[in-house]
Design a protein around this ligand. Structure first.
Ligand SMILES: [Zn+2]
Ligand SMILES: [Zn+2]
Length: 347
């Protein structure tokens, strides 16, 4: 198969021919039709993810058809159109048994713990527990754009943040994760405050339903600006970027008993950010992480997409080839792209 891989962290990736994968007894091989390019791929390539063993094929936001199947797989067959959560559960640990495959103790993560989807084929373990059927009307590109960002945002806003209609939601950072959260918050009937430093991203945020858009470079005190716009602070706040400052702002702009959800990754030098803990105690704030979304929760998200309330395809930016992905991956830290880049050509 053709695949993009790297032999050293931080070195420009190459595209070349590698052996085709074979399925494990409980796994499948998916012929990749579309795969998203994500900042976690960049973190992995930089060497920030301890799960990655070299040489490595990145890629975890994938959709395709089943090309080969292990002998123990029961629920799926060759030719099925599928996607998979980037955190896949083993199916037998305590967390998996309680329905929390997103924090499985022995998780399978394509593109991190195993080779990923920047390739013509990718092997997925624990298929019965983790594969998600794609609705017939959903394109592979849209399914790939659910990837980790949209699905993680859905879990962050709906399941972890427990956002309700009429509440205020703040979203710090309007990249793929942030714009997803804004769209989801708006669909739930919440009032959304979008925060970024780029006017073009704030303009997209407004189109997706943000009622207030704040350029954090243009206000003297961001937390005060959010409090003023929302009558005392937001009920739910998401750090969609993953930076010590956005994390601090996101917790600080909550109203009493508000819920902060950390979605943006905090890796490398950012792994231990400052937290306004006095406020967390005094105002009884809740702090959550959101780490992917388990396969069985995809149904709720897919229903909202099929009904037209959510339109993840609006977040797709560039469509690129596997060969173009090598450069795109190395440039991800510059935040230039609006929207999600999708690799849709592999040969
Ligand atoms: Zn498990
Ligand atoms: Zn991702």
């Amino acid at each position: 198969m053709r695949a993009l891989f790297y032999e050293r962290f931080g070195e420009t990736p190459k595209v070349s021919t590698l052996p085709d994968p074979t399925p494990s007894p409980s796994g499948v091989v998916v012929a990749v039709k579309a795969t998203g390019l994500c900042r976690s791929d960049w973190h992995g390539w930089m060497g920030h993810d301890a799960d990655i063993r070299l040489p490595h094929v990145p890629g975890h936001e994938l959709a395709g058809t089943i090309a080969a199947i292990g002998r123990d797989v029961r629920r799926f067959k060759i030719g099925d159109r599928v996607t998979v959560p980037f955190v896949s559960g083993c199916g037998h640990c305590h967390e998996c048994r309680s329905g929390n495959q997103q924090v499985c103790e022995e998780q399978f993560q394509p593109g991190f713990t195993h080779w990923g989807s920047f390739a013509e084929y990718v092997a997925i373990d624990y298929a019965d527990q983790n594969l998600v059927y794609l609705p017939d009307s959903m394109t592979y590109e849209t399914a790939a754009s659910l990837g980790c960002r949209f699905a993680t945002s859905f879990r962050a806003v709906v399941d972890q943040g427990r956002l309700k209609g009429g509440e205020w939601l703040a979203v710090h950072g309007c990249g793929g994760v942030g714009l997803s959260a804004i769209m989801i918050g708006h669909a739930l009937g919440a009032n959304v405050v979008a925060i970024d430093i780029a006017e073009d991203k704030l303009a997209i945020a407004r189109q997706l339903g943000a009622t207030v858009a704040i350029n954090s470079r243009e206000v003297p005190d961001l937390v005060e600006a959010v409090r003023e716009a929302t009558g005392g602070g937001v009920h739910v706040s998401v750090d969609a970027l993953g930076h010590p400052q956005t994390c601090f702002h996101s917790i600080s702009n909550l109203r009493r008993r508000g819920r902060h959800v950390q979605v943006g990754l905090m890796l490398g030098e950012h792994a231990t950010p400052a937290i306004p803990m006095a406020r967390v105690i005094g105002h009884e704030l809740e702090i959550y992480g959101s780490h992917g979304m388990q396969a069985w929760r995809y149904d709720a998200m897919l229903e909202m997409i099929l009904s037209g309330k959510l339109a993840p395809e609006k977040l797709i930016g560039r469509r690129i080839s596997l060969d173009e992905a090598a450069l795109a991956l190395t440039e991800m830290d510059s935040f230039k792209d609006s929207g999600i880049s999708i690799i849709d050509r592999f040969v």
